[in-house]
Design a protein around this ligand. Structure first.
Ligand code: M6R
Length: 365
């Protein structure tokens, strides 16, 4: 079942080009049409005036990424909340807001309960982004987008996350199109970006030997810091969670602009700092944050692309993806942080597919 791979997590990381192309197939065939989200979607989506995303863990980070796309492409306000927090607070419900739950398993109790609570509060439109057909959460939702990642066995979410991002990106573009913010040329551009995505992800996978070479530097550490900005901040969060979850190294993620507001105090020679730094509009800002880290002796491990202009130097290690892929760069830059966590865990000899204390599907509180 594992084929040439040592663990399900490694296999699932490498399955991403296929999982992504299966998930985008319908978008490439039909464009960004409401029907991608179910038969009721043509009626419901045009009524949407805001989006509220509810999820846990890695799925929550998919939601944080989606917020950037939904607000910039669709021009609709979007807030993202941890399901276990939402379900226990006196929340305000606007029935014109679409509730979007994100769950690989479709059975996560906190997400399911948050959805029920949203309905009790008066929400009437719910969309589930889910990988398991006919599971509890999509069954309780008016609309559904099934990711086509195939079964995910490793406890660490990998291909589920990147395919969720595709579903959420498709939602942002579809809402934007309905609101007249995405014209035919822009739609074509977004379709092309999706068409090229599996190839770009494959290029990122090819970086595995370089990333493996970094893993020894992390294996002996107690802590790691992950930094990103904008769309790459949620990817920093995801990288930190992956590392914690499977290697048991304490890792934290911050938006790089927050360094001076506290976490910079943690940085010294013993702190590895992973930076997601592709050539987007915030790169210059990220570079100055990197200098802040170097000035305190922190060792930088930078995931960049060929267009991010800076070079390796003392204490600055750089791995580059072949080119900048624009709006979907967050998806491509997820691959290196997954592989880093995997190889660090291997170097530490932990149980990669079944990390201690965790279950694949969290059906209890
Ligand atoms: O099945 P779900 O997507 O609802 O699961 C949510 C989280 O439990 C899950 O993403 C968890 O954080 C992963 N183990 C992270 O790799």
């Amino acid at each position: 079942e594992l084929g040439p791979y040592s663990h399900f997590m490694q296999k699932e990381i490498h399955e991403q080009p296929k999982a992504l192309s299966d998930t985008i197939e319908a978008v490439l065939e039909n464009g960004f049409v409401a029907e991608l989200f179910g038969t009721n979607a043509a009626k419901l989506l045009p009524q949407v005036e805001g989006v509220k995303i509810l999820a846990c863990g890695t799925s929550f980070y998919a939601g944080l990424t989606a917020k950037y796309w939904i607000e910039s492409i669709a021009g609709i306000s979007c807030d993202v909340e941890i399901a276990s927090e939402y379900r226990y607070r006196d929340a305000f419900a606007n029935p014109k807001h679409l509730v979007v739950t994100i769950s690989q398993s479709g059975e996560t109790l906190d997400t399911m309960e948050a959805l029920k609570y949203a309905k009790e509060l008066g929400h009437t439109m719910a969309l589930s982004i889910c990988n398991v057909r006919e599971s509890a959460i999509p069954r309780a939702s008016e609309l559904v987008f099934y990711t086509r990642a195939g079964a995910e066995i490793g406890v660490a979410s990998t291909k589920a996350f990147t395919t969720q991002l595709v579903g959420l990106f498709a939602l942002a573009v579809t809402l934007g199109k309905q609101r007249g913010r995405v014209d035919a040329a822009a739609e074509h551009g977004y379709q092309e970006a999706l068409r090229q995505l599996p190839g770009s992800v494959q290029h990122a996978l090819n970086l595995e030997p370089q990333i493996k070479a970094w893993s020894d530097k992390f294996a002996a550490k107690q802590n790691a810091l992950f930094l990103g900005r904008g769309l790459h901040y949620p990817i920093a969060l995801e990288g930190a969670l992956k590392l914690k979850e499977i290697s048991y190294i304490h890792a934290e993620a911050y938006p790089a602009g927050e360094l001076k507001h506290g976490p910079l105090a943690l940085v010294d020679e013993s702190m590895p700092v992973v930076v997601i730094a592709p050539n987007d509009a915030l790169l210059e800002k990220v570079k100055s944050n990197m200098q802040e880290v170097r000035a305190r002796g922190g060792e930088l491990f930078v995931f960049a692309d060929l267009d991010s202009h800076f070079s390796e130097s003392d204490g600055v290690h750089v791995i580059r993806t072949p080119r900048h892929v624009g709006v979907l760069s967050a998806i491509v830059h997820t691959i290196p942080v997954q592989m880093l966590a995997y190889h660090v865990a291997l170097a530490r000899g932990t149980d990669v597919d079944k990390p201690r204390n965790l279950a694949k599907s969290v059906t209890v509180e």
